[in-house]
Design a protein around this ligand. Structure first.
Ligand SMILES: [Zn+2]
Length: 214
């Protein structure tokens, strides 16, 4: 693979710094994680956006969260068609092999994926409608959310960011192994949305059917 190049110097330096400090100070913990395997209590599904950092928000240690990131923190519906479904594979592993107790979908403010979905669904982004657009076809998952908020909000982008969390929670329940554990009381689903600039965290309240500050 002639395209693989040496790591840039700034990353080499940072790695060496981590190894000499964080790793060295916690070597026993890392060895235990390696020997005993991971036992994360929660899976987090968040956006690829570099500003969304679930481990930082919750002060999580190595080994605490099983994290899957994709464009706009979306969970597709359960479609067992033999195709390659990365998000579905991560959920299956977390629920059936790791037996996580919590499944958290974390949305966020100024999400580029959600803005693209809004543009596509409102006819402003024909390039995303192309069959060959991976982003467009991925964002199709959120179309039912757009149909629900269209023309009903002063801030449709914000409403659609919240829908990205809700559609994902709904789709999670279409996975038989998720529904089974939820109904057995072994797994709980959580919907969160964070405002990057304000540092706030909202939680979906199923009783009030609204996002409320934590
Ligand atoms: Zn995003």
């Amino acid at each position: 693979m002639e395209h693989a190049k040496p790591l840039p110097a700034y990353l080499v330096q940072r790695y060496k710094g981590w190894n000499a400090t964080t790793y060295t100070a916690n070597r026993a913990w890392y060895r235990r994680l390696a020997e005993e395997g991971q036992r994360p209590r929660a899976m987090i599904i968040s956006c690829c956006d570099s500003r969304v950092n679930a481990s930082s928000i919750f002060g999580a240690d190595t080994g605490e969260f099983f994290i899957h990131r994709n464009i706009a923190n979306l969970v597709p519906p359960f479609i067992p068609d033999g195709d390659r479904h990365g998000t579905s594979a991560a959920i299956e592993y977390a629920v059936t092999a790791l037996h996580v107790a919590h499944l958290i979908v974390l949305g966020h403010s100024s999400c580029g994926g959600v803005a693209g979905c809004h543009a596509m669904c409102s006819g402003q982004a024909p390039e995303l409608e192309e069959q060959t657009s991976f982003v467009g076809r991925w964002m199709d998952i959120l179309r039912p959310g757009y149909d629900r908020i269209k023309g009903k909000s002063d801030d449709e982008i914000r409403a659609l960011e919240h829908e990205a969390v809700l559609v994902s929670l709904e789709n999670l329940m279409t996975f038989p192994f998720v529904a089974k554990e939820v109904e057995a009381g072994n797994l709980s689903l959580h919907g969160l949305w964070t405002d990057i600039g304000e540092g706030t965290l909202l939680e979906f309240d199923a009783t009030r059917k609204a996002f409320k500050p934590i």
